[in-house]
Design a protein. Structure first.
Length: 85
């Protein structure tokens, strides 16, 4: 926590709570259950839990799956190629 000194007492400035995004919730679900076991309906529930007025649909679901799959693939590729020096 930051403290700012004034004339007689110090003022404590609290940190803001971290915002949770739809993507982070869906990625957590992918990590927990696996990419193939997460359904569109489950992702829709998660998205509405984060943001009740969301317009989350199947295209968002497919996009998040692709991004997560590419991220996991890139991480595995880096690990496999960094050990072969």
């Amino acid at each position: 926590m930051k403290t700012t000194k004034t004339q007689e007492k110090s003022l404590v400035i609290p940190k803001r709570p971290r915002r949770v995004s739809i993507a982070s919730k869906i990625f957590e679900e992918f990590e927990k259950l696996g990419l193939e076991k997460v359904t569109l309906e489950r992702c829709l529930e998660l998205a509405q839990g984060v943001k009740p007025d969301t317009k989350f649909d199947k295209w968002h679901f497919y996009y998040y799956r692709k991004v997560y799959r590419d991220k996991v693939w890139a991480d595995e590729f880096k690990k496999s190629h960094s050990s072969k020096k």
